[in-house]
Design a protein around this ligand. Structure first.
Ligand code: G3H
Ligand code: 13P
Ligand code: ZN
Length: 333
C-alpha cells in the first residue's frame, strides 16, 4: 500500500468517534516500535517528523524507514511534518514525499498566520497533500495568568471558522493549555508547594466542536507522562522531579468533541530512556547497543499499543480503502 494523506483517516475517525495518535519518529527503533504496535492492534498510523528529527536522522533515512514500515505492515500510513515553521520547509517535505504537513504560524498575527497557512495549503492541495494549521499558542497555564492573557494565548473559538474557511486547512491544532515535554503543569498549590495537574481549557474544544462539528482538531503536547515511566528513570539514576502530563480521560473527552489527531512524543522518550537506564544500571558490563536498544524498543512499543487503544484507532486499519495521492489531487480540484 502506498503512503496516504490524512483525509480518509480523519473522515473515518470522525464517523467512528475515535482519534489517531500521531507519534514522532527519529530512528529505526521508534519506527519499528510504532509500526509493530499498529500491526498488533490493526491501527491506521500517522508517523510525524519534526525539523529536529529531519536534521538528526536525515530526510532520506526516515523516508526509507517508513517505506520499510509500509512493506512490513501494509497498514495505511501517513507521513506528516510536525511544526513546520516556513513555506520552504513544508515545500521541501512535500517535494520529498511527505503526505501531510503542519504549518505552524501560531506565533504570527492572525492575518499573517492566515496568509502563510494559505500559501502552504495551495501548494499542498495541488499535490494531494493534507495540511494542519495552528491557531493559538501552546503553553502551560500559570496560576497568575489572567483571563485576557489566556484569551491571547489560547485558541479563540470565534476565530476558528474564519481561519479554517479562509485557509482551507484540513485540520487545526488548538491551544488549550497543553505544552510539549514532561513538565506540563506550571501550577503549584500556593499553600503546600505541591505540583498540581495542568488546568486545560477543555470548554474551548467543546465550543469549537459545537460551532464547527466537521473541524478536525489536533491536540499537541498530549503525552500523559505516566508516573511509572518516570519512576523507572528516577530509580536508575535519572533526575526528573515534578513531571506532569495530560490524563487520558481529558484526551478522551477531547475525542468526544472533535479531536481527531493526538500528538505524542514525550511518553515514548520516557519509556526508551527508562529501559536504557535500567540496562546500564543492572548490567554495567554490557556494551552491545542491541542489549539496550531492544528493551528500549519494547518499552516504547507498549506505550504505543496503550495509546492506540485509548485513542480508539485500534482495530480501524481496514475501515476504508485509502485514496491515492493522484485521487486526492482530483478531490482538491
Ligand atoms: O514538537 C515537539 C516534538 O516532541 C518534537 O520534538 O523538535 O525535539 O524533535 P523535537
Ligand atoms: P508531547 O511532548 O506531550 O509528547 O507532545 C508532542 C507534540 O505535541 C509533538 O508535536
Ligand atoms: Zn506539537
Amino acid at each position: 500500500m502506498p503512503l496516504v494523506n490524512t483525509t480518509e483517516m480523519f473522515k473515518k475517525a470522525y464517523e467512528g468517534g475515535y482519534a489517531i495518535g500521531a507519534f514522532n519518529v527519529n530512528n529505526m527503533e521508534i519506527v519499528q516500535g510504532i509500526t509493530e504496535a499498529a500491526k498488533e492492534v490493526n491501527a491506521p498510523l500517522i508517523l510525524q517528523v519534526s525539523a529536529g528529527a529531519r536534521k538528526y536522522a536525515k530526510h532520506t533515512y526516515l523516508m526509507k524507514l517508513i517505506e520499510a514500515a509500509l512493506i512490513e505492515t501494509d497498514l495505511p500510513i501517513a507521513v506528516h511534518l510536525d511544526h513546520g515553521d516556513s513555506f520552504e520547509l513544508c515545500k521541501s517535505c512535500i517535494d520529498g514525499g511527505f503526505t501531510s504537513v503542519m504549518i505552524d504560524g501560531s506565533h504570527l498575527p492572525f492575518e499573517e498566520n492566515i496568509a502563510l497557512t494559505k500559501k502552504v495549503v495551495d501548494y499542498a492541495h495541488e499535490r494531494g497533500i493534507t495540511v494542519e494549521g495552528e491557531l493559538g499558542r501552546l503553553a502551560g497555564i500559570e496560576d497568575a495568568v489572567n483571563v485576557s492573557e489566556e484569551d491571547a494565548a489560547f485558541t479563540r473559538p470565534d476565530e476558528v471558522e474564519e481561519f479554517v474557511s479562509r485557509t482551507g486547512v484540513d485540520s487545526l491544532a488548538i491551544a488549550i493549555g497543553t505544552s510539549h515535554g514532561a513538565y506540563k503543569s506550571g501550577r503549584k498549590d500556593p499553600k503546600t508547594g505541591e505540583v498540581l495537574p495542568p488546568a486545560l481549557a477543555m470548554e474551548r474544544i467543546h465550543q469549537i466542536h459545537e460551532r464547527m462539528p466537521n473541524c478536525h482538531m489536533v491536540m499537541h503536547g498530549s503525552s500523559s507522562v505516566p508516573k511509572e515511566l518516570v519512576d523507572i528513570i528516577n530509580q536508575y539514576g535519572g533526575k526528573m522531579p515534578g513531571t506532569f502530563g495530560i490524563p487520558l480521560e481529558q484526551i478522551q473527552d477531547g475525542i468526544r468533541h472533535g479531536v481527531r489527531k493526538i500528538n505524542v512524543d514525550t511518553d515514548s522518550r520516557l519509556a526508551i530512556t527508562g529501559a536504557i537506564r535500567k540496562v546500564f544500571a543492572e548490567s554495567p558490563e554490557k556494551f552491545d547497543p542491541r542489549d539496550y536498544l531492544k528493551p528500549a524498543r519494547e518499552a516504547a512499543y507498549k506505550v504505543y499499543v496503550e495509546r492506540m487503544q485509548a485513542f480508539g484507532q485500534a482495530g480501524h486499519a481496514g475501515d476504508y480503502k485509502p485514496i491515492t495521492l493522484a485521487d486526492a489531487k482530483k478531490f482538491y480540484k
